[in-house]
Design a protein around this ligand. Structure first.
Ligand SMILES: *[C@@H]1O[C@H](CO)[C@@H](O)[C@H](O)[C@H]1NC(C)=O
Ligand SMILES: *[C@@H]1O[C@H](CO)[C@@H](O)[C@H](O)[C@H]1NC(C)=O
Ligand SMILES: *[C@@H]1O[C@H](CO)[C@@H](O)[C@H](O)[C@H]1NC(C)=O
Ligand SMILES: *[C@@H]1O[C@H](CO)[C@@H](O)[C@H](O)[C@H]1NC(C)=O
Length: 211
């Protein structure tokens, strides 16, 4: 059910030129961070077309996939562990996370560490809640919704959780950026974003392993 909703939503967001893009064509549970800096991974909303660069972090976490999936959606607790996204504002009717989150939910992120002396902010929208364990992976995702429905900067951030040996989880978290007017401003931040993303993964690992 959730999966169907996520798919319908993802497809409804795709511009007409990408009508051929199908979420199901990708084996999400098999994706790994690329070893070179020019490859990109597809995202549920936008696919591969028009992708220009990405940041990606991958690690083994000693916790079950479901616990990590829930921690990623527990936006109200981000301030407890996340050094990158330090605060998340949610709609007024969302009082419990992860229980109340829904596909299409708008979020307002406060992001630390990109500028030396100030936080930056980012409008985001939740795009995927795929918790079908029969699919052998869990995935959630959100995308930039900054200015005119995200057209100023198209980027989407999936988190894919696959069972690994000994009850552990392979965590693959990435953000793919697509060609757009804001890209020349964002690309110079790639190294910084990658470093913050890696740290966010380590923060998550430490947090969920202690739960
Ligand atoms: C945002 O995109 C969706 C899907 O393409 C569309 O239905 C909606 O009308 C857009 N909203 C705005 C404000 O452009
Ligand atoms: C890849 O790395 C090279 C060398 O460090 C750099 O010049 C180039 O801009 C990078 N490309 C991307 C897409 O990050
Ligand atoms: C909150 O509002 C959204 C949009 O109006 C709705 O889809 C969602 O079901 C509501 N959630 C709760 C927990 O009330
Ligand atoms: C960034 O936001 C956090 C959490 O709201 C706050 O504690 C911190 O002081 C802010 N940092 C700056 C430089 O404004």
């Amino acid at each position: 059910m959730l999966r169907g909703l996520a798919l319908a939503f993802a497809l409804s967001l795709a511009p007409p030129a990408m009508a051929a893009w199908h979420h199901e064509d990708v084996h999400w549970g098999k994706l790994h961070c690329p070893s070179d800096n020019t490859s990109t991974l597809p995202t549920p909303t936008y696919g591969s077309e028009g992708s220009v660069w990405m940041i990606c972090t991958e690690m083994i976490i000693d916790a079950p996939p479901r616990a990590i999936y829930d921690a990623l959606l527990d936006f109200r607790s981000y301030h407890l562990w996340n050094s990158f996204v330090v605060d998340v504002e949610l709609p007024d009717n969302i009082t419990r996370t992860p229980d109340d989150v829904y596909v299409g939910m708008p979020m307002f992120f406060t992001v630390a560490g990109l500028l030396p002396d100030a936080n930056t902010t980012s409008d985001e929208i939740l795009t995927v809640l795929d918790d079908q364990s029969a699919e052998k992976y869990l995935m959630n995702a959100w995308r930039s919704n900054t200015f005119l429905n995200g057209t100023l900067s198209q980027a989407e951030h999936p988190n894919i959780l696959t069972s690994a040996e000994f009850g552990r989880t392979r965590y693959v978290s990435y953000e793919t950026y697509y060609d757009g007017p804001n890209n020349p401003l964002l690309f110079p931040l790639k190294g910084q974003l990658q470093a913050e993303f890696d740290q966010q993964g380590l923060d998550l690992k430490r947090y969920v392993e202690a739960l």
